[in-house]
Structure formats: C-alpha cells, structure tokens
Ligand binder design. Structure first.
Ligand SMILES: [Zn+2]
Ligand SMILES: [Zn+2]
Length: 395
C-alpha cells in the first residue's frame, strides 16, 4: 500500500515537472492606499475610518491626507456639518474615553490623534497594517497635480514647478531622495489623472522613476472613463506602457483606490469607502514586503472581483476567479504585439478561469476581468465589478 502511494506521488510529481508548472498558493492581502480624514478634507476621525476598513476584511490601509502626515498637535473645531452627521457622537460611542475634547461656550474642539497614536491603537500584528502616507497636492495653471506617497516618513511639501510634468518629477525625485536617506521602501503613485484633466498621457510618458498610477479611483469627480475630448484611464495605461517599453523603462502598474472623503452619507454623489482596492501577493504584512511585491507587479486591482490565481510561466498566463453566486464573468487578455501601435484584445473567455498561450510576436500582456455583478454603492450608476492584473513583459 505504502509503495503504491509512493508510486502515485512520483507519477504526479513527474507530471507536474514535465509540464514545468506548479501553481503555488497565493497570499492575497487587501488594501486601500488612498483615504482622507479630518486631518484634511475627509469628514470623519482617523480611527473611525480605519475601523471601517478593519471590519470589512482589509489587511492594510493608508490614510493619505492632503499635504499633511498627522504628526503634530491639531485641535479640530466641530462644524455645522459634523453636528448634522453626529460625527463626534459616533466617535465617542465607539472609542469612549480615548476621545479628547475641549469645550468653551461657543466651540467644541477635538484633538485628532497622530499617526503613531492611531497606529498603536488599531494596528494588529500580522493581520491589520496601517501605513503612513501623504497626498502631495498642488496644481499648475488650475490643473490639479496630486501624488500619493505610500510609506512616507517625513512630510513632503508640494514642489513649485514650471509645468505639471515638472511638479510630478520633482515629487518623485523628493521621494526617491527620502527613501535613500532613510533606507526605507516607499513609492509615489499618480492620483486620478483625469480629475480636472490635469495629468495627460504625454506628461506621464516623460516621467522617470514612476511605476504606479490610478487606473481606477472611486471618487465621483475623477472621470476614470474620460469624455468626448479625453481618453479613459485604461487606454492611457496602455499608451504609457507602449512608450515605456519602447524607451526601456519599467512598465507602469495600475492601482484601484477609494479616495474616500465622505463617511456619513453613501451615494454615487459622494466619495465613499469600499469601491476600489489592491490585492497584493505577499506572505508578510509589512510595508517593505508589500511594496516589493507591488514593484514586482505581484498584485491586482479590483472594484469587486476576487481572484484566486494569477499564474504566468514561459508558455501561458492563467487566471482563476474566486466567483460570487449568480454572476457571469469574462476574462479578457490584452496585449502589445511586435509591429503594432496599440494594446489590443488577444482573447476573451466567458467563465471563471482561462489561459492565454503566448504567441511569438507578443511583447507584453495583461488581463481585465469583467462581470455583470452590479456594485452595491457604485461610483457611477450601473457600475459593474471589475479587476485588472498588471502587465508583464514576455521574455
Ligand atoms: Zn486628489
Ligand atoms: Zn485624494
């Protein structure tokens, strides 16, 4: 009996090796890298926001307020809006004596907890990570230029530049410099390029050192899908990567984020939590390992679809979905081929898993997964759940 077992095991192992494939288990960690709180223009306390993500199966969160990193003493004065939303009441009900209030006859102020304080209160080793971040926010001739810095340690002031491109490059350079100085992994990502149509494909093409941008942002004002005059962010992504490939630059990766500001009213008019996130394949839950995985393109972006497997070897790319009930899926392989000037659809499969076997002239490919599942709280009416894998170059 024992001999038979070994025989079977040997046959199975031989089969696996002869195909050159063994699909290892992937450790997906769910996170949102773009969130606002009362430290800037969000409408809730950091702990309340973080608690929401913790309660909704996320493993990491970055609060990325505008031009601030929550490291100083800040007494927030309650406004009309907060009275209406019962913001303080909800905060006190959840966190009790932890809440610090100052009152005089006219105003009520609440001390916003610093990054170190809310991190030590809410972070849980190996299961929930809080990452320091800043949305470096400026504009050039009324064009918004916003860049998130994940795992920033020292605040970066928005640089003064001669153009949108100049401001972005100066921000990237400042982050590279800080990362070197502190010997710590951190990265910039370009926020919502179509917000106010501030950042163009031509700008992004000329950047050096940028690896990430938001292919999806859940704020209703950001125009992910473009308009009559402007292309959508997914088309932007492909044009940038054709250029980066031709210029020998590492490919750009696409991130999905919430960019949430509003935590009391849920609707397509508001920027709420839970609309877009990244799933990073990392065994360990710390900024360094997450960033290394993301820089390797070992993550996908989602607005509702969960993937079980993304597997690539020298022959094929294989995608397997973790399906929801009563949902139809479509897996689309997109690629850039030799002699072409666009990223085109290579194969489309209806179902919950699919493989694409590379052709001789394929240069880089990625997959988009569509579904007919409606989002519970869409960023635009009729929005359906999607996911995007990262592009990679076929050697
Ligand atoms: Zn922004
Ligand atoms: Zn933002």
């Amino acid at each position: 009996m024992k001999n038979l077992f070994f025989l079977y095991r040997t046959i199975i192992l031989l089969l696996l090796f002869s195909c050159g494939e063994s699909i290892t288990h992937q450790n997906w960690k769910k996170g949102n890298l773009h969130t606002h709180s009362l430290w800037s223009d969000g409408d809730d306390f950091p702990e309340m926001i973080i608690q929401w993500y913790k309660d909704h199966d996320y493993q990491f969160i970055a609060l990325s307020d505008h031009n601030i990193i929550a490291d100083s003493e800040f007494w927030y004065t309650l406004r009309e809006r907060d009275i209406k939303n019962k913001t303080l009441e909800k905060y006190q009900n959840r966190f009790g004596d932890w809440v610090e209030i100052k009152k005089d006859s006219v105003i009520t102020s609440v001390r916003l907890k610093t990054f170190e304080e809310f991190k030590s209160k809410l972070e849980v080793t190996d299961s929930f990570l809080i990452i320091k971040s800043e949305e470096v926010t400026s504009s050039f001739e009324e064009k918004p230029v916003h860049m998130n810095v994940t795992n920033i340690q020292e605040k970066i002031n928005p640089p003064k530049g001669q153009s949108v491109l100049d401001i972005m490059q100066l921000t990237i350079n400042a982050v590279i410099e800080q990362s070197k100085k502190l010997n710590l992994k951190m990265f910039t990502h370009i926020n919502h390029p179509n917000f106010g149509y501030g950042v163009s494909v031509e700008d992004i093409k000329k950047l050096n050192g940028e690896r990430f941008f938001e292919v999806y942002n859940g704020h209703p004002a950001v125009n992910n899908e473009g308009d009559d005059m402007h292309i959508d962010t997914e088309t932007m992504w492909d044009l940038i990567n054709i250029h980066y490939y031709d210029k020998d630059k590492p490919l750009m990766y696409g991130i999905a984020t919430d960019d949430s500001h509003n935590y009391h009213t849920l609707s397509s008019e508001h920027s709420n939590s839970g609309r877009g996130w990244v799933m990073v394949n990392s065994k360990k839950l710390n900024p360094k390992n997450l960033i290394i995985a993301m820089e390797n393109g070992d993550f996908y972006s989602s607005t509702g679809i969960y993937l079980k497997t993304i597997f690539a070897n020298k022959h094929r790319l294989f995608i397997e979905i973790n399906p929801e009930e009563n949902t139809n899926y479509e897996i689309i392989f997109m690629g850039y081929k030799k002699g072409s000037n666009e990223v085109a659809q290579l194969k489309k499969v209806q179902g919950t898993s699919a493989s694409y076997y590379y052709k001789k002239d394929d240069i880089f490919i990625r997959a988009r997964i569509n579904s007919d599942a409606k989002k519970e709280n869409p960023y635009k009416p009729h929005e359906t759940k999607k996911a995007w894998t990262q592009p990679f170059i076929i050697q």
